[in-house]
Design a protein around this ligand. Structure first.
Ligand code: CP
Ligand code: NVA
Length: 301
């Protein structure tokens, strides 16, 4: 049977995405009741992280341990990858030792190259282009607070980055409208936008994007790898901060999400992220449950 990878959200169908959310919510509820699971028993996850991580890493490691499996964290500093061993060779070697592999890296093409040489499922733990694992948790969180997102309106304010691309994919799969407001020069990849068709619109007007929205989302202005652009980006993105005024333009019961880590006073005000409509802590917790559901899905394929 062909190996099933999760390199992009589009590797799921809409029906599979909804089923995964339902399973993740079930896992969340069962954990809260103290039930344990052994669905990943004797399985080993290899974890290659070329960028920093708190949530993604801890969620994957905790998911494996809590479900009876194990995880091996592989930093390029301590493996031969950091000394130039080809990614194709690493993929072939790890495939013969572990059951599933997750990678956080820069170029999306590197992830694809790795997956092309892997015999076991490969998960995208974030690339410069996409962050699909985060969307599993974001959508689980929306469904838990407000029900199905079909037909709703989501406002994305800020950078047309990896998170924005995965939001575009989620809009396609789950049938919601995505209004993106970003500064000139920071729009998402036109091919990704084009492929999404009518469900996505672009503007430079954050208040118009937020008007009547059911969910307002943002992310850092400078992603990992863009540290040198921080100063310049702070100027360009200033008007795109999610403030109380932005939330006031959205629906009265609109939620606020942020994948974290957040920079208060930059992309979001302290008042909003700490306010009653912010669900960022549930969103972060759901990384654990949704990644468990993802591991189950890929390992049973
Ligand atoms: N949101 C997210 O992916 O967080 P980490 O970078 O801490 O994994
Ligand atoms: N866009 C951010 C997301 C961090 C989880 C980055 O790539 O750094």
């Amino acid at each position: 049977m062909a190996v099933r990878h999760f390199l992009s959200l589009l590797d799921l169908s809409g029906a599979e995405f909804r089923a995964l959310i339902a399973r993740a919510s079930q896992l969340r509820e069962e954990r809260a009741r103290g039930l344990s699971h052994d669905t990943l028993s004797h399985k080993v996850l290899g974890m290659i992280f070329e960028k920093s991580s708190t949530r993604t890493r801890v969620a994957f490691e905790a998911a494996m341990y809590q479900c009876g499996g194990n995880a091996i964290f592989l930093s390029p500093r301590d493996t031969q990858l950091g000394r130039g061993e080809p990614i194709e060779d690493t993929a072939r070697v790890l495939s013969r030792m572990v059951d599933i592999i997750t990678i956080r890296t820069y170029e999306h093409s590197k992830l694809e190259l790795f997956a092309a040489h892997a015999r076991v499922p490969v998960i995208n733990a974030l690339t410069d282009r996409e962050h699909p694992c985060q969307l599993l948790a974001d959508m689980q969180t929306y469904f838990e607070h407000r029900g199905d997102i079909r037909g709703k309106t989501v406002a994305w304010l800020g950078d047309g980055n990896n998170m924005c691309h995965s939001y575009i994919h989620a809009a396609q799969l789950l049938d919601f409208k995505l209004r993106i407001a970003c500064p000139d020069g920071y729009a998402p990849d036109p091919d990704i936008v084009h492929a999404a068709g009518d469900c996505v619109s672009l503007s430079h007007d954050p208040l118009a994007a937020a008007r009547g929205a059911d969910l307002v989302v943002t992310d850092v202005w400078a992603s990992m790898g863009q540290e040198e652009e921080e100063q310049m980006r702070r100027v360009a993105f200033g008007p795109y901060q999610v403030t109380a005024a932005v939330m006031a333009a959205a629906k009265a019961d609109a939620l606020f999400m942020h994948c974290l880590p957040a920079h208060r006073g930059e992309e979001v005000s302290n008042e909003v992220i700490e306010g009653p409509r912010s669900v960022v802590w549930d969103e972060a917790e759901n990384r654990l449950h949704s990644q468990k559901a993802l591991l189950e899905l890929l390992l049973k394929a």
